[in-house]
Design a protein around this ligand. Structure first.
Ligand SMILES: Cc1cc2nc3c(=O)[nH]c(=O)nc-3n(C[C@H](O)[C@H](O)[C@H](O)COP(=O)(O)O)c2cc1C
Length: 164
């Protein structure tokens, strides 16, 4: 089943987790495309980032691939920002008309962990509203994304259900 991992990462933790997942999937013979979301205008100041996340801004993305027809399994990922998902992922989700008949997974990376459960529930609910069947949903400690044993353990349930 063709798979895509769609993610936003500002400081690299989420990208590292997505890359690890891609590699683990490849070992199982499952090819996954990484769709790395980029903002047209990157916001770099912490306060502004929090403000944009809190107010559920949907900034413009550049070069985002919305051609999801070819994928049967879609994975969505983002850091937690201000107890919610990032504006970049919110923008991308807003541009998807339907996820009917798609299998989906989601994972977020967090710092302190505050608001991470709420953010994950919110992401799940957006995916469900679009018709996706959520097969896996998990929060990951951003600090621990360099620890492959940790990532292996967190992603194990997902890797067990995916077959080529
Ligand atoms: C603007 C901003 C807001 C954040 N808000 C939260 C938060 O509410 N809860 C939390 O646990 N971590 C929060 N974090 C920490 C990030 O979620 C964490 O470091 C994440 O792994 C970063 O992912 P990245 O390296 O892919 O950008 C925040 C980080 C930033 C930059």
């Amino acid at each position: 089943m063709k798979t895509a991992i769609i993610f936003y990462s500002f400081s690299g933790n989420t990208r590292r987790a997505a890359q690890f997942l891609k590699e683990q999937l490849a070992k199982k013979g499952v090819a996954a495309d990484l769709i790395d979301l980029k903002l047209k205008e990157d916001v770099k100041a912490f306060f502004k980032q929090c403000q944009h996340a809190l107010f559920k801004k949907t900034p413009e993305l550049v070069g985002a691939d919305y051609n999801l027809e070819k994928y049967g399994f879609l994975m969505f990922s983002s850091p937690v920002w201000a107890f919610t998902i990032t504006p970049a992922l919110r923008s991308y989700l807003g541009g998807i008309s339907s996820l009917e008949n798609k299998k989906a997974a989601c994972f977020l990376t967090y710092g302190s962990g505050s608001g991470s459960a709420k953010a994950l529930r919110e992401l799940e609910s957006v995916l469900r509203e679009k018709g996706a069947h959520i097969m896996f949903s998990k929060n990951l400690s951003g600090f621990r994304t360099k620890n492959t044993t940790y990532l292996e353990e967190r992603f194990r349930p997902l890797l067990e259900i995916i077959t080529p």
